[in-house]
Design a protein around this ligand. Structure first.
Ligand code: AMP
Ligand code: MG
Length: 190
């Protein structure tokens, strides 16, 4: 038994990283530890070395085949980690050519998650969070587009469960209720 593998997903700006960090801190006090990996960072390290991008938010604009190659390399590298592993990533990536699956079959077979978490909230809240985040280059998108993206993520999440037999868990990260989201995330990881 190599430990648990949990994949955490959510549209940009939903607050995945904040919820994950809060939950990991909570669990640390209980002696439960996870190695936290960021899929985008693994891809970005390779992309930077190859000189194809200089900003992580440029990756989703790259040629689809290039994105898929980076994705495959990232999955292969993360699959080598043992123990409890948490992977911060996306169920799907909104590219200029349409939704790119974040966990296509060949990625899932490398990672074989026990659980996939979908972090969600109201599309209007996500829109406001994106507008106030100056650290990232977020795409201009209205709340309808965000709602569509979240809906698509639920659909594709079902197909990920079909391939791996993993469980799917929704965690709501609503405004003013971060502590609740952190508690829910911790209960998934515990
Ligand atoms: P993030 O910091 O989580 O927003 O990720 C940065 C970028 O990494 C995303 O905008 C995507 O271009 C890329 N990325 C992250 N996870 C995946 C994935 N599973 N498949 C394809 N691209 C990904
Ligand atoms: Mg993040």
């Amino acid at each position: 038994m190599t430990g648990r593998r949990v994949i955490v997903t959510g549209v940009p700006g939903v607050g995945k990283t904040t919820v994950v960090n809060g939950a990991l801190k909570m669990l640390e006090d209980e002696g439960v530890t996870y190695k936290s990996l960021n899929f985008g960072t693994y891809m970005f390290e390779v992309a930077k070395k190859e000189g194809v991008v200089s900003d992580r938010d440029e990756m989703r604009k790259l040629d689809r085949e290039v994105q898929k190659r980076l994705q495959k390399e990232a999955a292969r590298a993360m699959a080598r980690e043992s123990g409890n592993v948490l992977i911060d990533t996306h169920a799907s990536v909104k590219t200029p050519r349409g939704y790119l699956p974040g966990l296509p079959e060949w990625v899932l077979r490398e990672l074989m998650p026990d659980t996939i978490v979908l972090v969600e909230t109201d599309e209007d809240q996500i829109l406001m969070r994106r507008l106030s985040d100056e650290t990232r280059t977020r795409d201009m998108e209205g709340s309808k587009g965000i709602a569509e993206h979240q809906q698509f993520n639920r659909s594709i999440g079902a197909s990920y469960a079909m391939i791996t037999g993993c469980t799917i868990r929704m965690v709501t990260n609503a405004d003013h209720l971060l502590e609740q989201a952190i508690g829910d995330m911790a209960s998934v990881l515990r």
